[in-house]
Structures are given as C-alpha cells and as structure tokens.
Design a protein around this ligand. Sequence first.
Ligand code: HEM
Length: 412
Amino acid sequence: MTPETLPRDPTLDATLALRKEGYRFIPDRCARLETDAFRTRLMGRDVICMTGPRGVRLLYGAEGMTRQGALPPKVLRLLQDKGSVQQMEGAAHQHRKSLFVRLLVEEDAADMLARAFATTWTRQLVESGDTRVLNSASDALAKVACEWAGFGPDVCEDARLRDTLYQMSARAGSVGPGVVAALFRRRGVERQLARALDDLPEGCLARRVMAFRENGQAIPTEVAIVEILNLLRPIVAVGRYIAFAARVLALEPDWRRTLATADTAQIDYFCEEVRRSSPFFPMTGGITTQPVSHEGLDLPEGQWVLADLWGTLQSEQAFSTPDVFRPDRALSWRTASPSFVPQGGGDVATTHRCPGERVTVALMIAAMQVLCSALRWDLPPQDLGISLNDMPTAPASGVLLTNIRAAASSGP
Ligand code: HEM
C-alpha cells in the first residue's frame, strides 16, 4: 500500500482540527475511516497519521527514519533542541543514547531521586498546609533534579528557573505569547546553567555529561547544556503524572487506603495504569530518509509520519475495557510492548524510546507513598476534569489538597 492508496482525511488542511481536537485527532479519525493509517495535511505539509502497534514499530525500530524536521521548530526548541540525542540517528545516536541509559537506567538514579523527592516534597507540603499537586510536585522535582545534577543553591533555589523548567514542557503544545515567553526564558536558563558549570563539584552528573566523548573529543559545551536540560526538564514533567495519580486518589478514595498498606510492586502497577490511562505525550513524529517498506506500507523518501501514542494506549484491541482504571493489568516499562507506549516503544538502547521510564515510575511511587502513607489531607470541591483538547493536558484544578498534616499527628 502506498500513501496514495491510504484513506484520506477530507479536510484541506487539518491544522486547526488538530489544535481543536488535541489527543483525539488521530484515534477518532482512524476509527471514522476504519483504518490504522490515514493521509492528511498539517501546516501545509503532507503527513501520514498512524495509530496502534504498526505506527509505533515504524517510529521505534524501522530503518530509514529521522526525527529531524518532524517537529514544529518551537516545540523542538522547548522539548529537545538541535544537537540533542533526539535529533541523532544510527551509530551516533546509539553512542549518545548510551550516556542516558547508563545515567538513568543502569545506575541508581531512580532510587536516589525518589528518596530526595519524597523528603523535599513531604517537608514542603507539611509547611504549606495546602497545595496544588501539579505545581508543588513539579517545583519539588525541579529542585531535586538540579541538586542531583550537581548544581548549587544559585540554581536549585532559583524559583524562576525552576518554573521555567516546568514551562518548557507545559507550553510545548501552545501557541502565542506564552510559548514565546517560555522560549525566551529557556535561553535565560541555558545562560544561567553555562555560568554555573565552572563551580560544579568533581564527578557530579552535569560534569559527567560535559566530559562525554564523541569522536575522541568532549561534546561541545552548548550540546552538553542541551543534554543536561534533557535530564532536568523531563524529571520536572513527571509532576504531571503525579497530578494524574493524585486525581485517581481524589476520585476513588479507596485507592488511598489500599496504597497505604500496599507493597511497592502493587503501587508500581497502580502507577503504570496511571501512565496508560492519562493523556500526556500525544504523538511522536518522524520523516523517512529513504524509501521505507514497513508492514505492508511503502513510503517514499521524505514522508512525514505521526504515530499516535495516546490513542494506542486507549485501544480496545490491546487493552480490554480501556476506559476502566485497572492496575491488575500488571503493566510494566520493563516488558517491551508496541501498545503500552506512554513514553514511546521499541528498544531503549537502540531506538528513540524514552530512557526515563525507570525514573518516572520510581518518582510516581514515591509520590503515592507520600500522599497515602506519610500524610493526611482533605479534598476541597474542585474541577478534576481533563480536557483532551489541550496538549499537554492535566486535571483542571491541578488537584488541590488542603489541611495537609503528617500522618502520625492526627487521624485520617
Ligand atoms: C514525564 C514523563 C515522561 C514522558 C511522558 C516522556 C516521554 C517521552 C517520549 C514519548 C519520548 C520519545 C520521543 C520520540 O519518539 O521522539 C521520550 C524520549 C526521551 N526522554 Fe522522556 N518522557 C518522560 C520522562 C523522562 C525522564 C524522567 C527523562 C530523563 C530524566 C527523559 C528523557 C528522555 C530523553 C533523553 C529522550 C530522547 C531519547 C532518544 O531520542 O533516544 N524522559 N520521552
């Protein structure tokens, strides 16, 4: 099947529809056209949109694909940037990726970050008494991530810098002044981190990134800063998953009691089901660098393709009763699957799959232990709805908690 023979979305240019429909854009059209792949135009460019495992396998495993040119420039600059691991392919990509896999998967970053986050966030929540989970978890994560990287108080205690790390992911899908401000502030953070590099302690994580060698030489400082941001920014973004998890506790209070006495493996499955059921990273894009034949689809060189992650996580073929929150699905990032793809699919070392899943789940587990075991809190009336039109989205209220106190000090 060639692109010409795929079902075509009748809209002349679907950019506005994508903006309006958000996460539902690809899965709804695929359902309507009874296909897993259709053709349309976005921002004046011809594109093939795919939902389900075939598209995931194309973007995470097929030869002859690149991420270069596959994202609008402002999204690229906020989320990745030129010279980053996401923009590389082949042997060069695998070599750079080995740095991330070592730091995030093979070493014990996940446990260290989870412990530091639990301590910092618990203290802050008890001190403040009230919170909006999305904001306070993201802020505590920013502090912990900067400390983990080796930065001193000039960086870690800078509330504006921490907020910019949050805005980089939060603004990636928006248009207008907000995104321009986030881009401007990203430049400021890059300059601030560059100034702080000289004072970093020996052997710290940021220094290890700076010392990473390619073709016999340490990577250029600008690239090192891009990759340090590639470690800091997504750790802060885990605050969004923590807000989605807190929303489940708010809507189904039984989970609060269950998780209070659950072992880590059970909390792990709860968090994995939060990753499956929560709209976060909507889709991922690539462009063919040569003619590609993939599972019955013949693509010419230069073909732009979008693979639907959110819709794939909601597919009835892969997950029975996908609308029901069911941790007993026993999902795990440890088992490769072309359907359970909240942070991409394929092999982490050789494809663009996210290397941050171990860290993400460890931080979510720590957050659930804080909210269900270490603390007590009340839930004021609020809007916990999730709009699928905004990308990225979150519970509308950000999940407000009041009267927060240490568990030992008073009853439930
Ligand atoms: C907050 C939750 C997270 C989500 C939803 C997420 C999502 C993703 C997705 C979908 C990709 C693949 C993009 C593509 O196919 O082009 C990716 C790649 C990546 N993620 Fe994450 N991620 C998260 C957390 C993290 C964390 C905690 C880290 C590091 C501390 C991280 C670092 C990276 C890096 C470096 C890549 C690029 C990998 C490559 O191109 O080979 N992410 N992430």
